[in-house]
Design a protein around this ligand. Sequence first.
Ligand SMILES: *Cc1c(COP(=O)(O)O)cnc(C)c1O
Length: 820
Amino acid sequence: MARKLYPITEVAEIISASSHIISAQSEINTLAYDTRRLRFVEHALFFALQGLRDGHDFVEQAYLGGIRNFVIHQHDFPMDNFREANFLVVPDTLIALQNLAAYHRRQFSYPVIAITGSHGKTIVKEWLHHLLAPDFLIARSPKSYNSQIGVALSLWEMADHHQMAIIEAGISLPGEMEILTNMIAPDLAVLTGIGAAHAAGFKDDTEKFREKTRLLRAAKKYVMPEKLFSAWQAENLSNASKGEGYFWNWEHEPTGGINCSLKCPPTCSGAEDVRIMTEPLTLPKKDRFYIENAISCWAVLKMLGYSREIIQDRMTDLPQQEMRLELKTGIHPSSVIDDTYSNDLSSLRIALDFLAQQNQHPLKTLVLSDLPEVETREDDAYAELVQLLKDARLDRLVLVGPELTKRQALFDTDEILSFADTRSLLERLPQIAWANHSILLKGARKFGFERISALLTAKSHATTLEIDLNEVEHNLHYFKSMLPPAVGMMVMVKAFSYGAGSFEIANLLQYHQVAYLAVAFADEGVALRKSGIHLPIMVMNPDPISFANIHKYRLEPEIFSQGILDAWIGWLKNQQEEEWPIHLKLDTGMHRLGFSEDDLPLLMKTIQNQKEIKVKSVFSHLAASGDSALDAFTQEQINKFEGWAKALEGKLDEPVLKHLANTDAIMRFPDAYFDLVRLGIGLYGFGSMNKHLIAPAIQLKTHITQLKTLKPGDTVGYGRKGVIHQESQIATIRIGYADGYDRRFGNGRGYMMISGHKVPTIGDICMDMCMIDVTGLHVHIGDEVLVYPDLQEQAANIGTIPYELLVNVSQRVKRVYFYN
Ligand SMILES: *Cc1c(COP(=O)(O)O)cnc(C)c1O
């Protein structure tokens, strides 16, 4: 058996539930909490968790989907409506999930390595897996499942056939690590490093340090960078620790390699002397994060007794890429989800979930390589794979590799293509119809699926706009958490979602069930409908020319004047259409679009008893919600809006939704929440304040094309504007004003970032390229350059705002979406 089965009665005991059991024979081996991700329903236990939405609202859907076992916390839940279901009732469903995971973890005596830190957790986990996989069958957190729920699900992956587990732990609030530590009960704990990311939940750095290191204090052995040793000593944490502590450090060798050291001081071990070991190591990359992550791994392997030779040998091919799913626009048209980094069942499951969320094309293809993990397992792992693919409802399955090809008959997808290796697939690639498919490429590294990806995705321009969908999700949750439960969200996806892409962002918002989307023009709404978005969509500039499309694609116009109202009513009359949802825009001070106070009497008269339309919402827009100097004006707008909206509502039979707040107002004016808020730029991690609570989700990146050493008196670029005063190294990079990189950034007014260093521009910005001064840095052709390390500040430097820089990123720049 792949996974341990727990009788439902045993589960009830483990989580101390009061139970309502109809069928005591039920057995559990799968945990579920999201009805959009239901797989393996037969042995599933559904936890009604309190997230963006209340999990109890989804019990019915889960029941219809075939689940028969539930953990809930509402004592008065109508259990009798679900005649075949078992219910376990607990005070807190999340704690119950965590207790069950903790219990499960304690069924295994093999070592558990836990990793925490502000950065590098996922890569260190993946690298340790890579380094230890030749000797151990390892259970590990899928992707970056490191949260309060993620760790529980990761531990649940542990099974009898494993010999080791590697679990990632991430926290953002005090108190969370204690829960994770109790669940994981680590044998060996690793702290990768501590930085500023998501620090806002903590009072100060000391509190954050104490919290994060809780995991280490509970482990038999722990390891961290030596630069944290003084903080560790200052807080007197050695004495509070159970185990033996190790601290690593490193320095460059003149020969180009590095020298690593590992120290176990007396205060952390009880030994009399400081025990130090040092070793040289050669690594393929020179950037600091790479080196430090590799040394974290080196230290763990030393603690496990590995020799230098073995470590050095296995470190020569550490996976280069970060482990993440990339969603790209394919040629044909199609979408390509690229996951060419590893292939095992748990990461396949997540990638298939992501594929299932893609609605922009009607068909779904999975290109799958042999799975090394499945081959080494002796149990019926192939049965698990077959079921997984069956549940994924694919239209086409492309198998690559001898093991899968041999087993083609096991799979029942309608269309199956098999290839002995990647090369034979590449040869046939042009003959296969890819149009209108969402294509998931899931291949173990040695299959080199990135070659397939390169052929299926077109743009080769080396500048990309990367959108981290996890951060977008994080921000969405953050704003949601600020609102009272009854307040809904309309999310502004105008102008290609502020440049971030159209259906990709809308898809995610649909998945998270926001109440409304809004676009600027009908065309944008039509495009969203065509890619499978069925949420209500408000169109802010409904031109009479676009009425037919608004009607055909079930879009809802913003009505901002009597003229447009009359025209729309007339059009609807012609079509004999009734009760079409509209949104009334009031001008309370912005003076852009909207009805002003004088227009209200006629407006009220028109909307009364007008059967063609149905006033769905009344709204207005704030002119200065981010500027505290103008707060009195904003308050005035809020008051006006409230009065006018009430008056309008009084003339209608039914209540209407009222909305006013944009991102800055969500942050600053709870008075402006009403029934909906309109979230815009905050979704991408920008806004006028609280910079560290929301995370930038968008990164514009380019690469170095050429490097030159120039002498005093030389000049750079058109018009000889960039003058060299001392010997300098200048890099040419592949971004210019045609990509949206503003010419005002030229001649040092703009800066970029290369492996953590700020570098200024030099000379004028050209159309497709520009030059930066990288003097004194060890950079190479092909190195990555972050164009906007601090968008807010950089926008201010040239007198503009982040909004403009984002939407100016030209459509020729390839958008790449990540999902961990
Ligand atoms: C763009 C827009 C918003 C969103 O504003 P942000 O500052 O990006 O949050 C809200 N309402 C209207 C009418 C808008 O046009």
